[in-house]
Design a protein around this ligand. Structure first.
Ligand SMILES: Cc1ncc(COP(=O)(O)O)c(C=O)c1O
Length: 402
């Protein structure tokens, strides 16, 4: 078990991302956590099996590992560090962000229940609600991402409020304490997908949220080279999630966990860079004559500037904007970029660009796309770790080509 340090409560995210809350004995005194590529862990004697099973039945753990679907040592180390950074009692890792989203919802949904989702959320989350919740007899509402709209949508059957903050692509920032208040009064579970914020920029658990989810594929992994997801919260809630996780098998493999733990070692430095770069590029774009509008919560023009400034330490490196003109001008700009790869995702070392309607909403009807704001000239940037001066120069030369 971890030797929690008495100083750990004062450690900051960058330190917690490297050390967790203290030192854990490691195989062969290795500094990095070894990758255990094994599907099962053997027992020395038949008696040991019986002891293990009896103690487990009583909720006691006398040895950590048994079968790889139930977890692996590198996963455990990542979970420990992620919980420390988030300020949560416990973390449960998943094979992807969507595995985390779905399994959290499926663990806590109730027959004949009602779940509120906030709009402008990740498309697959919205699609799960629209296409699958009905099969389980669960009702849902998708509402504007404000505390007032959430409160208005609450029914007697509502048992989950599932939010995302900041949202994607419009980077709406939710008033989390206000949402927690309306939920607590009615004993509704609050869940937030805080992928775009990361625990570097916001601490939802300190603000009273029950469960925080991240797609660790993004800033936590940080290098565009792994898929993982994580849910964080109290030991009681995480124990329920872990029971479902063991059955569903959406467990990240040991190599993924190694890459994630390695990514976490530079989490603090990377987030500082992302926050600085995001602000510099957002300001440059807002001042540019070929840009119609920019969404970045640190700009006073953003609708949630005030809430964002109160709640968040920084705003990361996702920036959405409208290019002046239509589809043709927008594509000319995107194709002229030299440092940005045309692909979805965010939070990694390489800068990425997407024309939102074509990349993520192509199969929706034109009308629905317009309704949810996926207009032809909407572009989302996810800045990487390149020198920000080079990124700005690249954006400027691409805009000059329109
Ligand atoms: C906000 C948000 N939540 C969840 C996910 C899903 O994560 P993953 O792709 O790791 O399954 C994404 C992916 O883009 C996301 O942006």
């Amino acid at each position: 078990m971890p030797n929690d340090s008495s100083n750990a409560k004062n450690w900051r995210p960058a330190t917690l991302a490297i050390h967790g809350k203290g030192r854990l004995p490691k195989a062969h005194h290795a500094v990095s956590t070894p990758i255990m590529h094994t599907s099962n862990y053997y027992f020395d004697t038949a008696d040991e099996v019986e002891d293990f099973m009896r103690e487990k039945g009583q909720g006691r753990v006398i040895r950590e590992h048994e079968y790889a679907r139930y977890g692996n040592p590198t996963q455990q180390e990542c979970e420990r560090k992620l919980a420390a950074i988030e300020g949560a009692e416990r973390a449960v890792l998943y094979a992807s962000g969507m595995a985390a989203v779905l399994l959290v919802i499926m663990t806590f949904m109730k027959p004949k229940g009602h779940i509120i989702f906030t709009g402008d959320c990740y498309r697959q989350t919205r699609d799960f609600a629209i296409n699958f919740l009905g099969k389980f007899g669960i009702e849902y509402s998708i509402v504007d991402p404000t505390a007032e709209d959430i409160e208005k949508a609450i029914k007697p059957e509502t048992n989950i409020i599932f939010t995302e903050s900041p949202t994607n692509p419009y980077l709406r920032v939710l008033d989390i304490p206000a949402i927690v208040k309306v939920a607590r009064d009615r004993r509704i579970l609050t869940i937030i997908d805080a992928t775009l914020a990361t625990p570097y920029n916001i601490k939802p658990i300190e603000l009273g949220v029950d469960i925080v989810i991240h797609s660790a594929t993004k800033y936590l992994g940080g290098h565009n080279d792994l898929m993982a997801g994580v849910a964080l919260g109290s030991t009681a809630l995480m124990t329920d999630l872990y029971k479902m996780q063991r059955m569903m098998g959406a467990t990240p493999g040991p190599l993924t966990c190694f890459l994630l733990e390695r990514g976490l070692k530079t989490f603090g430095m990377r987030m500082e860079h992302h926050n600085r770069a995001g602000l510099a590029v957002a300001r440059m774009l807002e001042a540019h004559p070929k840009i119609e509008k920019v969404w970045y919560p640190a700009l006073s023009s953003h609708p949630d500037y005030k809430i964002g400034m109160e709640q968040m330490k920084g705003f990361g490196s996702v920036i959405s904007f409208l290019v002046k003109g239509g589809n043709a001008e927008t594509r000319k700009f995107i194709d002229a970029l030299e440092l940005f790869l045309i692909t979805p995702s965010l939070g990694g070392s390489e800068s990425l660009v997407t024309q939102m309607w074509a990349m993520s909403f192509f199969d929706y009807s034109e009308k629905y796309r317009q309704d949810i704001g996926m207009v032809d000239n909407l572009v989302r940037l996810a800045l990487g770790l390149e020198d920000v001066e080079d990124l700005i120069a690249d954006l400027q030369q691409a805009l000059d080509r329109i």
